[in-house]
Design a protein around this ligand. Sequence first.
Ligand SMILES: *Cc1c(COP(=O)(O)O)cnc(C)c1O
Length: 478
Amino acid sequence: MDKKDYLRRLSSVNDLMQAVYRSRSLGSRSVPRELIAEASRAVLEGVREAILAARDELSLENITTDTEELVSLVEKEVEKRIRPGLRRVVNATGVVIHTNLGRSPLSRPAIEALQATAAHYSNLEFRLEDGTRGSRQHHLRKILCELTGAESALVVNNNAAAVLLALTTHARDREVIVSRGQLIEIGGSFRLPDVMAQSGARLVEVGTTNKTYLEDYRRAIGEETAMILRAHPSNYRILGFTAEVSASDLVSLAHEHGLIFLEDLGSGVYVDLTRHGLSPEPTIADSLKEGADLVCFSGDKLLGGPQSGIVLGKKDLVEAMARHPLARALRVDKLTIAALEATLLLYLDPERALSEIPTLAMLTADAETLRKRARRLAGKLASACPHLAVEVQEDVSRAGGGSLPLEDIPTWVVAVTSQSLKVPALEESLRRADPPVIARIRENRLILDMRTVSDDEVPLVVEAFRAAGGEMETEQGA
Ligand SMILES: *Cc1c(COP(=O)(O)O)cnc(C)c1O
């Protein structure tokens, strides 16, 4: 039989659409007719191309022209088109604060607060005590000051916004001194010199990449100086022959000259993670104790809340920032406030924070839990997908999000290879699963790190491999 016969056998767009409507699975869900038409056209076009590209009789025979099968392809195509672009994924990379995968998943209480605030009206800017207008910042200021002892607090959209607002409010058209060892770029295009330029402040670099001394700062102070900024080198470390000036020395110097000392902490750690075997990160409390006038950090890094930028510090300085016109443009949404407040409330009991805030729970998960999870996944994979070779191994995870950049956190992984599919193809089909599973490749194995996969997600990973196996069969068949 030649290709023309195959092409002739294909139904028309109209007939295929009629068949889709008869099958009722889509028609009854009020999918727009135009969408079904587009999907039908796309499916028929795909089949037509496959027929024309077929090299021999055997591959022709494997192309379906059966209307019932085409209907199910149309249904899949429609599903793909009506599915939201932003989707939940399973993070099997072991990078806990993975910026590309949405940084911190929220805790149960934060999700509940978010839902209640999203679905209903709230006292966002309304004082329930006397029925007058209130401030949306009030809800967060209260708990932030209580937790940290700071005089005042302000929350904006992210930490980049917090740094920008601090510089614009307090150092516009004036100079800000920064060590050359701290001119950071954080993933997602936060470059300190560029933020500085946007704020209208002038950057004065001091010291060298590896060494900066107190004298370097002192010599740079002049008539125009407004501020000394210390930025936490989040995602890198300068090792070896190095010198940086301590925050307390910089505070003394700044105050001697009537300057503001701003510390950009990056990832605001509230609980001491060294007790859980992680290396020391400067905590919010340390920074305030050393006397920083303003401290800012992200809400969705080690704090484990929603995307936000938190500013703590001296009352007059924070309030001037809140009054600045730019603050309105950087204002946080009520959903952020709800989720952040609920997250912060968990910190009233640090043990509860560690167990209920997913970012902290994942970072401090003990090896035995991870090993058990790895063995459970490996067992299920071996029985569900006989074509896979599965091994449980020790490995290391990363904190991510510019936190603990050098830390190798011991973990357990499942390493997978397939007899019939190359590892990059396996990685890709997991990415195409529903929900997608994101894994990494190392030494020609697919590595699934159990630190960032919850027990509930284990079946989803198995399902993704099963679907990948199915895809493999059709590929081989085609
Ligand atoms: C991550 C980071 C930022 C940017 O914070 P966002 O919340 O992503 O805007 C700024 N400074 C430092 C030191 C950081 O680590």
